[in-house]
Write a protein that binds this ligand. Structure first.
Ligand code: FES
Length: 306
């Protein structure tokens, strides 16, 4: 179902980039690369990815557990080509109603799934905390897609996803796509992530519950088999937790090559187009990356970690 919404398999297999191509360069930083072409409605980011403002409608809201609710949205067809790893920035839209107070920052939504069936509106599914509340019929404007798709190797057979003290939602759209392309996929849930309802996950997905220290049975084997790893962590100390996971892999593997383990950054993104620098992440060598343009998935071996 997800695959039907996506253009083709090859489009998602992005050649791994050399580390020095993964970062925001001096010219891009100061060369005013972001071009607004349609007032507030279409932007061109550093990487040339088209970002548009589209409208969405909440069709249904379901409760996954005491902490998570799932929004089912009808979206414009132009957004149904969004790929695993890309996100949207959402703001409530009140139409002709009197203007309402709204926070400056948009909400950062990570699609869990996108479906597109001929003759039906495209649908996007998003996990959100149970506060604030959402209701069917509410309209939103979505800026997106934000960021780059996850960059899978071309010869990938086994992918390991780790949600460490955070909801696994940023990884879920990717797992659906990998499974439908016959890539064995394992999801490790640790800390707060263990409460995520597995009934909402694909049946083909191997799910492992670890303890808070990322210990689980056959851990060495799981890590050894993985061709690539994507990690999402709790937001209280994202870089510290990325370092914790990277150190673990260095201890369990003979080597941790480049383009092997990626941290999926969930930093707050006020603009999503590289203008505000709020999502800056330090890289080794003194340069930096922007999560909204270079990420959200960044090679952990390239980051300057504490
Ligand atoms: S969100 Fe503004 S630069 Fe990334």
């Amino acid at each position: 179902m997800l695959l039907a919404a996506l253009p083709d398999t090859e489009a998602l297999i992005v050649p791994a980039e050399a580390t020095d191509q993964h970062q925001t360069t001096e010219r891009q930083r100061h060369g005013r690369p972001n071009v607004c072409t349609m007032g507030a409605y279409a932007f061109q980011g550093h990487r040339g990815a088209p970002m548009r403002e589209t409208q969405a409608n909440i069709e249904r809201v379901t409760r996954l557990n005491a902490h998570i609710q799932r929004l089912h949205l009808s979206i414009e067809d132009s957004l149904n080509t969004i790929k695993p790893g890309q996100t949207v920035l959402a703001r409530r839209f009140y139409g002709s109603q009197p203007e309402q107070w709204q926070p400056y920052l948009r909400e950062h939504w990570w699609p869990v799934a996108v479906t597109a069936k001929p003759g039906h509106p495209s649908e996007m599914t998003v996990d959100r905390p149970t506060y604030p509340s959402y209701d069917p019929g509410q309209q939103y404007t979505l800026l997106g897609p934000v960021g780059k798709p996850f960059a899978y190797k071309r010869t990938i057979r086994q992918v390991l996803m780790i949600a460490h003290d955070t909801m696994p939602s940023p990884l879920l759209m990717s797992t659906e796509w990998l499974l439908s392309n016959k890539v064995n996929t394992t999801l490790v849930l640790s800390g707060k992530a263990v409460d995520y309802p597995v009934s909402e996950l694909p049946k083909e997905l191997e799910v492992i519950r670890s303890d808070d220290k990322l210990q689980w049975p056959n851990r060495v084997m799981t890590v050894g088999w993985a061709d690539q790893v994507f990690v999402a962590v709790g937001q209280d100390d994202e870089m510290g937790r990325f370092k914790e996971v990277l150190e673990l892999f260095k201890a369990l593997r003979a080597e941790v090559p480049k383009q092997y383990i990626f941290g999926v950054s969930q930093l707050i993104q006020p603009c999503g187009v590289g203008a505000c620098q709020a999502c800056t992440i330090s890289l080794q060598g003194g340069d930096y990356a922007l999560a909204c343009l270079d990420g959200p998935a960044l090679d952990l071996t390239a980051l300057h970690l504490p």
